[in-house]
Design a binder for this molecule. Structure first.
Ligand SMILES: Cc1cc2nc3c(=O)[nH]c(=O)nc-3n(C[C@H](O)[C@H](O)[C@H](O)COP(=O)(O)OP(=O)(O)OC[C@H]3O[C@@H](n4cnc5c(N)ncnc54)[C@H](O)[C@@H]3O)c2cc1C
Length: 495
């Protein structure tokens, strides 16, 4: 029997996951990736012989029995991944001004820590976490379980801020529970409560980091595709998607060749997709929904090379804000107040690093801050942009010194990426790191469904507010289920 041919546009996390699942299920898969190296935000780059991850620093649900573990296992790539779980004693340490708060792994442990810190709030803290976990469990597909027909409760209509306010009366406790909002660019009264719940659950349950970098996941997924007969073409972007009637007829790659398939999966930013399709041939409702998407915040990232043997490795995330009042303020801050907070980590190179050779520091940044250079491209940006970068680098290092007062002499060199870098690197409008903005109470701005209004085109990837491995179980599984059936696919993965 002829295998059904599938073309996947974009070889990032979600394009590769889709390709690996469909190749395993017997489809004839071809992935087209515009860059010479597959992986998108999983890619790494080298500076002075030190390798840095571009995007994904942390993965959740990786323990035996959990969602990503089951998916890795089903794809037979689990034993190809080298993961280091973050320290369970403190998955994150937040410095707030001069105070330090250590968040331990596990719901009960975190609740106890917070109850000790804020005794007056007592059981309200536990009730809040119970509600948070209940909300996150409503999205059964995130756990790769068959969704029940029961509609979501208030997770889409309530905002993250409203959820916190409903359970806690004290402002400091409320802000403390918002400290993680920088990790998913949450907005107090905009981000739907269920997104806040999913992200918080992931960090509370504990994440892991790739020993030696995130490219290994891309390599493992490419291996899963090719070992099942699929192909991954790198350095070959798709420059046109030709639509005829209600179908994609063929796609044209950057080398001018035409490629035809029974089905197409678009694993790139949906707004960038509009640059390669004839908008007039998309269903008006679908076009309107895509055009209404607002890219979420981006980040200014500092890639620091540390002097060998000078700075101790730490196996958790560190965060900083000047005061608890800034917990929600990092996304909204004005240019002159930037940055209002940071998160940083020392990515592991071996299982037992004593010293760190590198550090990655992220500060949420709006695209507006770099908009004046939006018509420039990497490699030929003007001097004013370089000056801007140096000023921001210095501002971030000054803030970093409040977390690590002795860090400056340990720094060998510094490189940085702005929202423009992320825009150009991954072809994502606005350089968005976390998909698109969502507005609590306005479900029409919720995620796009897998169908794009064309019979043979499916969308996967960051068409949600969520990032990384939180998106994959829903967007990729929904799209692949269109081809093999959801019940069947979930049974195969959970077998
Ligand atoms: C700084 C940063 C930090 C992050 N931290 C984390 C984290 O700690 N944990 C986490 O889970 N997630 C994190 N994320 C988010 C995560 O990296 C992304 O959500 C995820 O990798 C998105 O995968 P994707 O496949 O949807 O998109 P992408 O990774 O953007 O992949 C899209 C791919 O499509 C290619 N492409 C674009 N246009 C075309 C075309 N026309 N033809 C062919 N190919 C094309 C691009 O080159 C790219 O390879 C972070 C992201 C960034 C940028």
């Amino acid at each position: 029997m002829d295998q059904e041919k599938i073309i996947i546009i974009g070889g990032g996390l979600n394009g590769l996951f889709s390709g690996a699942i469909l190749a395993r299920e017997g489809f004839d898969v071809s992935v087209f990736e515009k860059d010479n190296v597959p992986g998108g935000s999983l890619r790494e780059f080298q500076r002075e012989g030190v390798s840095f991850e571009t995007g994904i620093h942390a993965v959740g649900a990786f323990r035996p029995g959990e969602a990503m573990y089951r998916l890795f296992n089903y794809l037979k790539i689990w034993n190809k991944l080298d993961l280091l779980p973050v320290d369970p004693r403190y998955t994150e340490i937040y410095r707030v001004g001069k105070e330090e708060y250590c968040f331990p792994r596990g719901k009960e442990q975190l609740v106890s820590m917070l109850m000790e810190e804020f005794p007056a709030q007592g059981e309200d803290i536990r009730r809040y976490f119970d509600a948070l976990y209940k909300l996150s469990e409503e999205s059964q597909l995130h756990d790769l379980r068959m969704p029940s027909p029961r509609a979501r409760s208030y997770g889409l209509t309530w905002s993250a801020g409203k959820l916190i306010d409903a359970f806690l009366r004290d402002d400091d406790t409320r802000n403390m529970l918002a400290l993680r909002s920088a990790l998913y660019a949450g907005e107090q009264y905009k981000t739907p409560a269920y997104l806040h719940a999913l992200a918080n659950k992931m960090y509370t349950d504990g994440t892991a980091r790739f020993i030696g970098g995130s490219q290994q996941l891309a390599t493992a997924l490419v291996g899963a595709i090719t070992s099942n007969g699929g192909k991954v073409y790198t350095g070959r972007g798709i420059k046109r998607v030709e639509i005829s009637g209600n179908q994609v007829d063929h796609v044209v790659s950057t080398d001018g060749r035409q490629h035809r398939a029974a089905r197409y999966i678009m694993a790139i930013d949906p707004l960038s997709m509009l640059d390669i399709v004839d908008r007039g041939k998309l269903q008006p409702a679908c076009l309107q929904q895509i055009e209404a998407l607002t890219p979420n915040y981006s980040t200014f990232t500092l890639f620091i090379i540390l002097q060998p043997g000078a700075f101790s490795f730490f196996n958790h995330a560190r965060g900083y804000v000047e005061s608890l009042d800034d917990a929600w303020g990092q996304v909204k801050c004005k240019r002159r107040d930037w940055p209002r907070g940071l998160t940083c980590s020392t990515p592991p190179e071996t299982i037992r690093d004593r010293y760190a050779r590198k550090m990655v520091v992220d500060c949420v940044m709006s695209f507006k801050q770099v908009k004046r250079w939006e018509h420039t491209v990497t490699g030929s940006r003007p001097k004013s942009y370089q000056t801007f970068k140096h000023l921001q680098e210095e501002a971030v290092i000054k803030m970093l010194e409040r977390v690590f007062p002795d860090i400056r002499p340990c720094i060998q060199s510094v490189y940085s990426a702005t929202p423009l870098t992320f825009r150009d690197y991954c072809n994502r409008k606005g350089g968005s790191v976390y998909g698109f903005k969502q507005q609590a109470g306005q479900p029409e701005f919720a995620r796009l469904s897998a169908g794009a209004g064309l019979d043979n085109l499916l969308l996967v990837g960051q068409n949600d507010h969520l990032h990384g491995t939180l998106v994959t179980p829903v967007s990729v599984i929904e799209a692949c289920a269109e081809l093999v059936g959801l019940d069947y696919l979930l049974k195969r993965i959970n077998e």
